[in-house]
Design a protein around this ligand. Structure first.
Ligand code: AMP
Length: 410
């Protein structure tokens, strides 16, 4: 997919290499990093560059400063963690563009690492401003994109910069993400089962449509399932539903039926009198949801059905919880799915914030083949959409030609 634009295809030896990383990590009130998964995910690229004697310039955003210099959103607190993970002292630079920054970078020696200040302290980053992109590009000889989680954004350090650097390519994280998605969607071991959950079908309708063409079975859980059930003429009580999506869902089901594609919908639910952790609950079949009750989780029979549907899978793709899993009373269906996916011998690929949280809470992160680091970007790929950040590297002919011409074979 990357077609000669993987970091290993490029000559980075002793070069100034600007790496766009996604260090949008969670920080507590005292500026301590509470989860450094995103930093660890970039280590293969950084270590490879260090082995090649490159001068490594790390650039990222953090939070949403909207062009303001907000001290609480400085990337400075990451220095200590990077020092430890890389086992070397890195230098923090107070800005990401300008003469002062350039001076520091020009003084770098091979195997030095600098971390630039939050890109979004400049509003031009989000606006994909060409002058800002040019200023960033002027810092380096080679640009490496490794911020998979940001590749669905058309920002200056994701898209614009590619136009102004002589050589651009993708890091190890991008390659890993694309390789897994390729294995799951384009060249999968079959049968492929997609498990989709979450709140709103409108957010995931494109995914359902795309996957319906590609996978063998689709399991629908979460509140999304109620729009499917209503489309089939069932009463769903006060459960979440999107009436304006019913027609579209109906046509998806019709098409699936005609093509022999199997959709699995929940057959029972945990329902509650109120949308509340302490509300009275009971388990009912899908035909028996009481008028004024809310369906907040899939029931045990659905869990068994879904488990059986994944039994012979060679590939499983999962995004979205099976219920309102943040409340214990409605979390069983999601954790049962965690167990199903964790125990499966299939290639298991999981993505999306809530799904990730459930896996972490269950302590099963090491039981799945791959957890995508990019929520929005992962969903875009499941939709079959192009990621602007990847298109800027590979898709557009002008970029590709430029990169290939500029690449010195090693
Ligand atoms: P999404 O961001 O679309 O993946 O949706 C995730 C959210 O869906 C989580 O916060 C869940 O609490 C919520 N959710 C899942 N199932 C239900 C349900 N049956 N009723 C209400 N909310 C739900």
């Amino acid at each position: 997919m990357l077609n000669k634009l993987f970091i290993k295809d490029l000559n980075v030896r002793n070069k100034k290499v600007l790496v766009r990383v996604d260090y949008n990590v969670p920080l507590d009130e005292d500026g301590n990093i509470t989860d450094d998964t995103r930093i660890r995910a970039t280590l293969p690229t950084i270590n490879y560059l260090l082995d090649e004697g490159a001068k490594v310039i790390l650039a990222s955003h953090l939070g949403r400063p909207r062009g303001e210099r907000i001290p609480g959103l400085s990337l400075r607190p990451l220095v200590k963690r990077l020092n430890r993970l890389l086992d070397k002292d890195i230098v923090f630079v107070e800005d990401c563009i300008g003469e002062k920054v350039k001076k520091i970078i020009d003084a770098m020696k091979p195997q030095d690492v600098v971390l630039l200040e939050n890109l979004r302290f400049h509003i031009e980053e989000k606006n994909n401003d060409p002058e800002f992109a040019k200023a960033l590009a002027s810092l380096c000889d080679v640009f490496i994109q490794d911020a998979f989680g940001c590749c669905h954004r058309s920002h200056a350090s994701i898209v614009g910069i590619n136009k102004f650097v002589p050589i651009s390519g993708a890091g190890f994280l991008i390659k890993k993400e694309l390789d897994y998605l390729e294995k799951a969607i384009n060249k999968p071991l079959r049968p492929v089962v997609a498990v989709l959950g979450g709140a709103k079908i409108s957010d995931k309708i494109k995914i359902v449509k795309n996957l319906a063409e590609r996978v063998d079975k689709i399991i629908i859980g979460g509140a999304m399932a109620f729009t499917f059930l209503k489309a089939q003429g069932h009463d769903i009580g006060k459960s979440l539903v999107e009436d304006d999506m019913i027609e579209e869902v109906r046509s998806i089901l019709k098409k699936a039926e005609a093509s022999g594609k199997k959709f699995y919908l929940p057959v029972d639910f945990v329902v509650a009198e109120r949308f509340d952790a302490d509300a009275e609950t009971k388990v009912v079949t899908f035909q028996e949801i009481p008028v004024n009750w809310y369906g907040l989780d899939i029931g045990p029979a659905s869990t068994t059905l879904f488990m059986e549907a994944t039994n012979n899978a060679k590939t499983i793709l999962w995004n979205g919880p099976m219920g309102a899993f943040e409340m214990d009373a409605f979390s069983r269906g999601t954790y049962a799915m965690v167990e199903t996916v964790a125990k499966s011998h299939a290639l298991t690929i999981v993505g999306g914030g809530d799904t990730d949280v459930a896996l972490h809470k269950a302590g099963e992160t090491y039981s799945v083949s791959y957890i995508s680091t990019g929520g929005g970007a992962f969903l875009k790929l499941l939709e079959g959409s192009e990621l602007p950040g990847i298109a800027a590297l590979t898709g557009k002919k002008e970029y590709k030609e430029k990169a290939q011409v500029a690449t010195t074979p090693r």
